[in-house]
Ligand binder design. Structure first.
Ligand code: ADP
Length: 467
């Protein structure tokens, strides 16, 4: 049953719920309404019964011998009971019927009411003939002369009120199935309409493949649950597509960039093996091969970093970071390179704390300081400044190098961009450092800009949001 139910469509399950749940709820509602109306309609009858009871108590007397008196006169055994008098029965303590005072002949009666429960006051309804229902009030009745408690049962015709209730019952019986049928049909039709976008989404999702990642799920109504689901799914698809594009680009870039060092590596090896050489010559050949291998290693590492940054792989973890300390540490790590070129690196950073990812920011600052050292002539000065402007933190790296000509500035952060590739290859650059810096800053919500420095050098400026 459970698997059968789970195999049904949502539409079917909702319609079934409307059917079963609606029937149960409406049945409970109708039953409550019915008993409330029945109770309200019976109230006049019950007060009539109470009046009759008071009259009986007034007029009826039972002697110690058990003789019945009505209005002080003895009641003859076979006397016809006047219908103007209250109708009632007397039951003695042994639960035997003493006398039935009602105006019907026994032939009219098809079944007599069951005997009353001794000692308990209650109201009940008895059908005594096909067209005659009696509303009955049973109460304990003290017979002082005999020292006993009998039961007295006052009754009246229930019929007039049964008519009104019958009509109500008929309405309920006819209306209930109609309402339930409307609920089921309406529920099915509405869920069919509401879930239509889901069918469209399923059809579209089936068409999305590795080669066709540009497709997106249709968003029929962006405000409802299905629209929001499609929206979230589309954002996930965007990220997935970005990752695939980054991966594709990585493969293309890598195969393009790895070709040259690999060819160099191979040619050096082949030339080296062409004839026998001295140990010194072999040492030189292996040295240059190792150098090339090292470059290869560095290049692959950078390409991987870039691919994972662009594919959104690194999780950015914002923490409070002392910017002045971070900058000083970067400069300290690269100090040896500056020393080799007899350069001075000056840091001007007041004590300040930013809320950012220290690892990504450090990589970015390191790239800029490394470039400044790499591309500036020996004996020059490099300045690193940290300052605060309104709602941003700014880190500037200024050098006294050759600067970057106007026509190259717009493409500086493009991958593999090297204004003078011949010159830069010699210094170990791949044209990936600024592309990486830009990617890191994008993840941190900031930017990287270039500005010419007074005196012909370069200023690279990182801007980070303070919040
Ligand atoms: P690379 O790995 O080649 O250094 P980058 O992306 O860091 O790659 O830099 C791209 C190019 O921009 C470099 O090859 C260089 O020509 C130029 N460049 C970067 N920084 C500077 C600088 N401080 N001064 C002059 N030229 C620079």
């Amino acid at each position: 049953m459970k698997t059968w139910w789970r195999r049904r469509t949502l539409r079917f399950r909702l319609a079934a719920w409307y059917g079963v749940g609606g029937t149960l709820l409406l049945a409970a509602f109708s039953a409550t309404l019915y008993s409330y109306v029945a109770e309200t309609m019976a109230r006049p009858l019950d007060s009539e019964l109470q009046q009759d009871l008071a009259e009986i108590r007034l007029r009826l007397a039972i002697t110690a011998e058990g003789e019945l008196r009505w209005n002080r006169a003895a009641v003859a055994d076979e006397a016809h009971w006047n219908s103007e008098n209250p109708w009632f029965e007397l039951w003695n303590e042994q639960g035997e019927l003493v006398r039935r005072f009602w105006p019907f002949t026994e032939t009219r009666i098809e079944s007599v009411p069951l005997k009353p429960e001794p000692g308990r006051e209650r109201i009940s309804i008895f059908s005594v003939a096909r067209d005659l229902r009696l509303r009955v009030l049973s109460v304990p009745y003290a017979v002082p002369d005999r020292g006993e408690t009998w039961m007295i049962r006052v009754m009246t015709v229930h019929r007039p009120m049964a008519d009104g209730l019958g009509a109500l019952r008929l309405i309920i019986v006819v209306a209930l199935p109609v309402v339930v049928a409307l609920l089921v049909l309406g529920g099915y039709a509405l869920t069919r309409r509401w879930l239509k976008p889901l069918d469209l989404m399923v059809a579209e999702a089936n068409r999305i493949t590795m080669d066709d990642l540009g497709r997106r799920l249709p968003v029929v109504n962006p405000h409802d649950e299905l629209g929001r689901l499609a929206g979230v799914f589309n954002v996930t698809l965007d990220r997935l597509e970005e990752s695939f594009v980054a991966l594709d680009r990585f493969v293309a870039d890598a195969s393009h960039e790895l070709r040259t060092p690999l060819t160099t590596l191979r040619s050096v090896g082949e030339v080296g093996l062409r004839r026998s050489r001295t140990v010194e010559e072999y040492r030189e050949i292996i040295g240059s091969m190792l150098e090339e291998a090292q470059r290869l290693q560095l290049l692959t590492q950078r390409l991987l970093e870039l691919a994972s940054t662009e594919g959104g792989a690194p999780a950015v973890q914002h923490t409070p970071v002392r910017l002045d300390e971070l900058v000083r540490r970067c400069v300290g790590e690269l100090g040896i390179l500056a020393e080799n070129k007899n350069q001075r690196v000056l840091v001007e950073a007041p004590e300040c704390t930013a809320h950012t990812d220290p690892i990504l920011l450090r990589q970015a600052v390191q790239n800029l300081v490394d470039n400044a050292i790499k591309y500036s002539p020996a004996g020059t000065t490099i300045q690193v400044k940290v300052r605060e402007t309104g709602d941003h933190w700014v880190i500037e790296v200024t050098d006294e190098g050759p600067g970057i000509s106007v026509e190259h500035r717009s493409r500086l952060t493009a991958r593999f961009f090297r204004p003078d590739s011949g010159r830069d290859r010699g210094r170990g650059g791949f044209g990936l450092g600024l592309a990486l810096t830009k990617a890191y800053l994008r993840l941190l919500g900031g930017t990287v800009e270039y500005a010419p420095a007074p005196g012909g050098g370069s200023t690279f400026r990182l801007t980070l949001p303070r919040v």
